[in-house]
Design a protein around this ligand. Structure first.
Ligand SMILES: C[S@@+](CC[C@H](N)C(=O)[O-])C[C@H]1O[C@@H](n2cnc3c(N)ncnc32)[C@H](O)[C@@H]1O
Length: 278
């Protein structure tokens, strides 16, 4: 469960601004598995509204999708009903640190934009993340693949134009986000090898909606990025006031382009993949 985003509410608008970005990278990683793609059982850990499960469901033998939030699961259920009825998709409420599946029963696991929602303690070495990675190692077959879609600290700092409107929320999300080196370290400690990172070139988390700057004023647009839930009410009102002022002065588009400049170098999303030691 996220400690800050109310997914029971934001699930209603989530799909409008959150396409399944990076499916090609996930597919490429899963194809490196010795088991052919069409014979694989894939776990979607923190599946949300099922965007990634839906994008890949025709290509795998079975997908087992888990999330804690009933609102997100309900949207996913509506979208995936025929595949669930056919037993091709198993969608269930569960925490990713306690998956209701047996040891070594999955060929692969994907985790898309979930880990920063874990309640954790960096000062203690990120024990909640370590618990999740140990759980992943338990359910994966030897040699199975894991793919994690996250944002690096640099990407958070330079890859999203509107984060400059809410700098304190940016600090807060960074503190909740495991950067790529410590992520690799924790994966190694849980028995993963061959760890690689790839910055997803040109992929934009919210698709074209990201460039529609005036939609900062639209709560349904803001529901597509949980960083807004980390802003205090006063910080949010400041950001909205600044956006309104820029819009009325005809300067919002220029502001957005200026603060979007560094995204081309850093991109927004990182994919980290690894193999369970066999
Ligand atoms: C940003 S959404 C990503 C959803 C989906 N993976 C996607 O990319 O479209 C984060 C999701 O993680 C889920 N989540 C957070 N902590 C979780 C946990 N411990 N176990 C299961 N799901 C969790 C939330 O309920 C939410 O649906």
């Amino acid at each position: 469960m996220s400690s800050y985003e109310d997914y029971s509410r934001s699930s209603a608008a989530y799909d409008h601004t959150r396409p399944a970005q990076g499916v090609e990278i996930i597919r490429r990683v899963l194809s490196q598995n010795p088991v052919p793609l069409e014979a694989q059982v894939l776990v979607d850990a923190g599946c949300g509204t099922g965007q990634y499960t839906a994008a890949l469901s025709n290509e795998l033998y079975r997908i087992r999708a888990f999330d804690l939030n009933e609102g997100m699961l309900s949207t996913a259920r509506g979208k995936l009903e025929p595949e669930i009825a056919a037993g091709h998709i198993d969608l269930r409420q569960a925490s990713i640190d306690e998956l209701p599946i047996s040891d070594e029963s999955a060929d692969a696991i994907m985790v898309n934009q979930v880990l920063h929602h874990l309640v954790d303690d960096p000062a203690q070495g990120w024990p909640a993340h370590q618990k999740v990675f140990s759980e992943f190692a338990r359910v994966l077959k030897p040699g199975g693949r894991i793919v994690i879609n996250s944002c690096s600290h640099r990407q958070l700092g330079e890859g999203f134009w509107y984060y400059c409107l809410i700098p304190n929320a940016l600090d807060r999300v960074r503190k909740k986000t495991l950067d790529l080196d410590p992520l690799a370290h924790l994966l190694r400690r849980s028995g993963f090898i061959e760890i690689r990172h790839e910055a997803a070139e040109k992929l934009i988390m919210q698709g074209d909606a990201y460039f529609d700057a005036k939609r900062v004023l639209d709560p349904r647009w803001r529901d597509g990025d949980s960083i807004w839930a980390l802003a205090t009410e006063a910080e949010l009102q400041d950001a909205l006031e600044k956006t309104r002022t820029l819009l009325e002065a005809g300067k919002l588009e220029k502001f957005m382009r200026h603060h979007d400049k560094r995204r081309a170098q850093v991109n927004q999303l990182s994919f980290t993949w690894a193999q369970k030691n066999s």
